[in-house]
Design a protein around this ligand. Structure first.
Ligand code: UDP
Length: 415
């Protein structure tokens, strides 16, 4: 309890006035510290989907190593099962779990739930800063909820732009809105930083850090090397397809639902006519993806349609693959770090660095384009070698450390 100033004054009747005032102030400060130790700046990291969790777990770990920061993790669980796989592997128990996923969730209903429930959580938590990642609905709504409370927002993987608000949809707008709110922008590459500068973001607010996905990939590879049982669930497929060139396929983009998915399935069926290849396809659970693939591809002995893999298994599959066919964003960044050519089933990409560096090629979702792209890489050794040996432009595995250091410097004290 605080001693009332008058009581303290009475206890030192012989002290001079100046001394009494000075001593009172010191006493009050000491008692205040004893009863309310200086509050650490509180940083709340918010995410909701598998790719965000993969790219944010290195930052959660890096921030938790910094003593003067209190790190909190809030998840919306916009994608429940896929998110939980990553949280388990990364050994992260969220401090706040809103568990917002519902079957057949519409973008607007989900946005409203995220905004109101995260807002309520922020009212209780009162963090000094919110950190979001990338371009999901969770990213945009967390930024808005923080903005409504005048809590500063840091954006990790800032500055990716396709220039088309419908591709990828709705991610391009999610990240643009977040970019308007954020006061700290962690751009993975110079191109991303340049895109922010072109939108009048002050240069001092932008930090080029590399992409944290490379940190996640390298850390996971090291874990698998130390403990191969983390990814041993692929042993059976590895021996079944021994001697074949493995093509890893992933596809889940909304823009590709419908005709695009059907064309992708037909292309895979044509590729699977070859004896020298095997296709391994962890199929996204979305109902716009799985039934299409099962109907078209179930009968092929050299096509394995498997459930989505946890991250260590996926990292092992990336290493096993000869080449990768994907419409994913994160996979475009990971594959070049392992020297694997990537054919991207999109017409535009917000990751042009891969195309410029020669590690990735856009093949769209045209059936012939996909088949030709794959056959060229399978049959033309020089074309394959050129893509496989190109430089990885997405980072060196130190992005999370850099970001944590900057946040720690900005937040020496609580607000
Ligand atoms: N991934 C995974 N298991 C899978 C497929 C993908 O762990 O079965 C990882 C992959 O390594 C990458 C991330 O999920 O880091 C990409 O997620 P997704 O393609 O769903 O989203 P995007 O990157 O396009 O936002």
């Amino acid at each position: 309890m605080f001693a009332p100033a008058s009581a303290y004054g009475r206890a030192r009747p012989d002290a001079s006035h100046v001394e009494v005032v000075f001593t009172k102030a010191c006493y009050a400060a000491t008692m205040s510290e004893a009863n309310h130790p200086a509050r650490k700046p509180k940083i709340c990291i918010i995410f909701g989907t598998r790719p965000e969790a993969i790219k944010m777990f290195p930052l959660v770990h890096a921030l938790r190593r910094i003593d003067h920061i209190e790190t909190r993790v809030a998840v919306t669980a916009q994608h429940r099962a896929l998110l939980d796989q990553v949280l388990d592997i990364a050994d992260i128990t969220p401090d706040i779990d809103l568990d917002l996923m519902t079957a057949g969730q519409s973008l607007d209903a989900l946005s409203a739930r995220i905004l109101t429930q995260l807002g309520a959580a922020l009212d209780v938590e009162k963090p000094d800063r919110v950190v979001v990642h990338g371009d999901t609905l969770t990213t945009m709504m967390a930024s808005l909820a923080a903005y409504f409370r005048q809590i500063p927002v840091a954006h990790v993987e800032a500055g990716l732009r396709s220039g088309n608000i419908y591709a990828p949809w709705p991610e391009e707008v999610n990240r643009r809105v977040t970019g308007q709110i954020a006061d700290l922008h962690f751009a993975p590459t110079k191109a991303a930083a340049d895109a922010l500068i072109a939108e009048n973001v002050p240069k001092a607010a932008i930090h080029i850090t590399g992409n944290t996905v490379i940190d996640a990939l390298l850390a996971t590879q090291a874990h698998i090397a130390a403990n191969p049982s983390l990814a041993s669930g692929l042993d059976e497929l590895a021996s079944r397809f021994a001697g074949k060139k493995i093509i890893l396929v992933t596809s889940h983009r909304r823009e590709n639902f419908g005709d695009g998915m059907a064309a992708i399935a037909r292309a895979i069926a044509r590729i699977a006519q070859r004896d020298d290849v095997a296709v391994i396809f962890p199929v996204h659970p979305n109902p716009a993806v799985r039934p299409v693939m099962e109907e078209m591809l179930a009968g092929y002995a050299n096509v394995a349609l498997i459930d989505p893999l946890d991250y260590p298994h996926f990292v092992r599959l990336l290493s096993m693959a000869t080449l990768i066919l994907t419409d994913s964003g994160g996979v475009q960044e990971e594959a070049p770090a392992l020297g694997k050519p990537v054919l991207v089933m999109r017409n535009t990409t917000e990751r042009p660095e891969g195309v410029a560096a020669g590690t990735a090629r856009l093949v769209g979702t045209d059936e012939d384009g996909i088949v030709t792209g794959i056959f060229t890489l399978l049959d033309d050794k020089a074309a394959y070698a050129a893509m496989a040996s190109a430089h990885n432009p997405f980072g060196d595995g130190t992005a999370a450390q850099k970001i944590a250091r900057i946040l720690a410097d900005v937040h020496q004290h609580a607000r």
